[in-house]
Design a binder for this molecule. Sequence first.
Ligand code: PRP
Length: 212
Amino acid sequence: MTDNGVLKVAMPKGRIYKQASKLFRQAGLLIPEEFDESRRLIIPVPEANMEFIMAKPVDVPTYVEYGVADIGIVGKDVLMEENKDVYELLDLGIARCRMSVIGLPDWKPVINPRVATKYASVASQYFREQGQQVEVIKLNGSIELAPLIGLADRIVDMVETGQTLKENGLVEMETLFQVTSRLIANRVSYRLKNTAIQELCDRLGVAIAARV
Ligand code: PRP
């Protein structure tokens, strides 16, 4: 791990980035706007003594666990699924949604039902805890298709506005947990760059409190 004092931040590309960069700006950090729509993967943020590593959201915990990023921003959904060895420092309160069991309104229990999901580990654990035997089928997106075309009886997926469910005639059956984005840290970086990380946490904490 190189340590030139610059804090390396694994940022999730896409919609969480928009909310995260807004929060960073509200915390008083000078995040250059020129990169908001950019395809650049490493973004220098010299005014904040940071460097953003633009990662696929699901990979953020991996970059942080290996220490190539000191800290990262990631949804609780990914954190639960990936189960990496990182510190969870702060609930940023952004990208709020929930992890739910979803199905068709006329769904009826069957023996050994199939459950499609991007979150195979989360779903397996949930149904195991419920004492239900299910076959989990891992998909990578458009999970709502699965019950519509008969691949699975139910799905475990994220619900934000509920629009996707509504437009596809699906209903939420149970909520597993609420999801927001979290600030995570590499265990070694947390010690070596503690002052910088703590200062960032304090600034973000103030910005989060000011939002409510
Ligand atoms: C996510 C999620 C749902 C949808 C929920 O999918 O998997 O499909 O958003 O949002 P809503 O409640 O506001 O409709 P995403 O757009 O990330 O694409 P994906 O289907 O490829 O996972």
